[in-house]
Design a protein. Sequence first.
Length: 337
Amino acid sequence: MTTLGPYDLNTIITGDARELAKAIPDESVDLIIADPPYYRVADVDWDKQWKTIDEWADWCLDWGREACRILKPNGSIYIYGNNKNLAYLQVRFDKLEWMLINLIIWSKTNYTMLKASPDALRSYQVQAEEHILFYGNDKLPGFGTVASQQAGTPMGEYLRKERIRSGVSMRAIQELFPSQTGGLTGCVSNWELGLNFPLKEQYEKIRSYINNGTVEYLRQEYEDLRQEYEDLRRPFNGGKFTDIWSGPLMNGANKKHISEKPKWISDRMILASSKRGSIVVDMFTGSGAISARAYQLQRYFIAFEIDPATANMARKRVAETQPPLPIVYHEQMELLT
């Protein structure tokens, strides 16, 4: 694949993200990272273009609807924002077909105000963190909220239908997998609901039991069902990370854009929520920092930037990016912080 709709992959496009995103096909993007204007936080004209916070939040909802439309059913989106203003945004985004997975707290370990004298901070506490909304798509039952009495994965649906077709009760299957004390567990109902996935030996045990010497039921091979499940599942390689991300922000000398984020946090999002060859949309690219990291980590990207001069700066940055990094395994993720 070299294009997505009318756009070449690994391209920074100049224009309004709300309009440009409309050309991207439905459910075609794996990961979206959005670092929009925060509304009256930065002392620049583009952060003050809205008269009220509600006007700004409604503007965000416009591009949010497009983001929701283009995100794959198993896709993820991260949204940066000012702590207070992000609350207005979350109220609106919660009404989209998204599930809020985490409200991530970025604890800024080198925030300069941490060194302020107590006398200078008598009227408020130091705000040394920033919030990030982490949403997953909620279009697949079983991968977000579980639809009542409805199997949520190909494996779950197949197990349930085949068990019913064979005339075997759920209790009979549950008795194949007793607890350590001999009682029944909820593992079988969880498999059928799509909350968990059985091991191969568990699947073969069920297959052997309901067939009882025949080959009538559960004819699909385990690996085929597992691959179908993996293709649907939302990628997440977060490992032992919590919803509190501690790390430095960028200082002025190293920033090419006023709102540029450090590469360690972009790496964490990209590595945790996408795979090599995934498509990442950088909604408000600024200086191209996120796009450059996506490219280096062997993802495709499409980026939008409304200011022509800034877009050119981003293109130059990506063009100067070193060749892609070697394959990054989960255990290497912490080395990138």
